[in-house]
Design a protein around this ligand. Structure first.
Ligand SMILES: Cc1cc2nc3c(=O)[nH]c(=O)nc-3n(C[C@H](O)[C@H](O)[C@H](O)COP(=O)(O)OP(=O)(O)OC[C@H]3O[C@@H](n4cnc5c(N)ncnc54)[C@H](O)[C@@H]3O)c2cc1C
Length: 341
């Protein structure tokens, strides 16, 4: 007999927080367990002196009506702002700036401001990695990395990247573990550079640029963080590597990776020497983006974008819908609705 009506959520990324938000609105108690020092997951930012760099998602778009509604509320709360940035698309030697780019949004004053806002009235236990689950007659129990037992809970939501979900799920539902295993999460190296002075616009061919979709060789995307809304004026660049390049350099040192990506940027785009950055480093996302299509974001909500077993084991996150903030939020939101009903 399950003795608790409270729900445990493993992971305080955007999907876990979206799920928690639905439960909270329906008056269902939940407790969130997060292994990192704060919430956010792949909506991570780093403050470096007077500069801020986004390490994961650089911006997000909104298509789904429910998500658009949510974005409007976040904008009213001041934690999200539109980024009318000039992002160029690189084709060979040319850079093309679309006349009608999609509306892009960023967390303000940094990407992680959004998830901090969502987590502020939630019961989030940070620095707590959940290593295994137990199902007892009185409900679900979570075992953390200090061998402490948390519970009982009537249901458990696992909102972590699939490779991290598999060991938690496998002892209880081998078929669901196999389904999770089938979603590959590609890695991404993110390099970042902070400068003491603004970069001269004319350094990059075409000038007046705020981001570049490169999608070739080592570089996938370059973003100028200081051009994002509500940021400190300190110039900084985020340089995302392509999955293939990351895979080839997965075990390299962050300092070497940062050097290579910065040099690749300089060689590809600038005609003059780039200034020496005050800070140049890199962060590795071992599980950055899932190998799933984003077709559901265009409004084709045909398939279920989460899993929920009869025993109260739930899975949500971008793995079940698409590799984007909007998809992750929708997956968590839908699982929350299913649990609440
Ligand atoms: C480099 C990069 C660039 C991106 N660019 C964009 C972009 O421009 N636009 C866009 O829309 N999307 C982008 N994305 C994708 C977007 O960031 C993700 O789809 C979304 O943030 C995923 O959210 P999530 O809640 O599913 O997972 P996550 O954000 O990964 O959250 C999972 C959380 O679970 C925690 N966790 C894991 N295991 C455990 C455990 N055992 N116990 C406790 N906690 C645990 C993690 O620490 C993490 O906080 C990008 C992602 C990356 C990495």
């Amino acid at each position: 007999m399950v003795s608790s009506s409270s729900i445990a959520i493993i992971g305080a990324g955007i999907s876990g927080l979206a799920c928690a938000n639905v439960l909270k609105k329906r008056g269902i108690a939940c407790e969130i367990f997060e292994k990192s020092r704060g919430p956010g997951g792949r909506l991570a930012s780093r403050r470096l002196g007077e500069g801020t760099v986004d390490l994961g998602a650089q911006y997000f778009t909104a298509h789904d009506e429910r998500f658009c509604h949510e974005v409007t509320a976040w904008r009213s709360a001041g934690v999200v702002k539109a980024w009318p940035g000039r992002l160029g698309i690189c084709q060979g030697e040319t850079i093309h700036y679309p006349e009608a780019p999609p509306l892009r949004y960023c967390g303000a004053p940094r990407m992680s401001a959004l998830t901090r806002h969502l987590a502020q009235d939630m019961n989030v236990r940070v620095g707590c990695r959940i290593e295994s689950l137990e199902r007892q007659v009185n409900g679900w129990w979570l075992i953390d990395d200090k061998r402490q037992r948390q519970g009982p809970f009537s249901a458990v939501v696992i909102s972590v990247p699939t490779p991290q979900a598999v060991p938690l799920v496998a002892p209880h539902d081998p078929a669901l573990a196999r389904t999770s295993e089938a979603v590959v999460q590609h890695p991404t190296w993110t390099a970042y550079a902070v400068f003491d002075k603004p970069l001269d616009d004319s350094l990059v061919a075409g000038g007046d640029w705020q981001g570049l979709f490169v999608e070739e060789g080592p570089l996938d995307l370059v973003a100028r963080n200081s051009t994002k809304p509500g940021r400190e004026p300190r110039e900084s660049l985020t340089l995302l590597a392509t999955h293939a390049w990351t895979q080839a350099c997965l075990e390299e040192k962050p300092s070497r990776v940062a050097d290579w990506l910065y040099q690749a940027f300089a060689a590809r785009f600038t005609t003059r020497a780039l200034p020496e950055p005050l800070v140049l480093s890199a962060h590795r996302w071992r599980y950055a983006k899932p190998s799933v299509s984003t077709s559901k974001s265009s409004g084709e909500d045909t398939a279920q974008d989460f899993h929920l077993t009869d025993t109260g084991l739930g899975l949500c996150g971008d793995a079940w819908r698409g590799a984007r903030v909007e998809d992750a939020w929708l997956s968590g939101h839908h699982l929350g609705l299913a649990l609440a009903s």
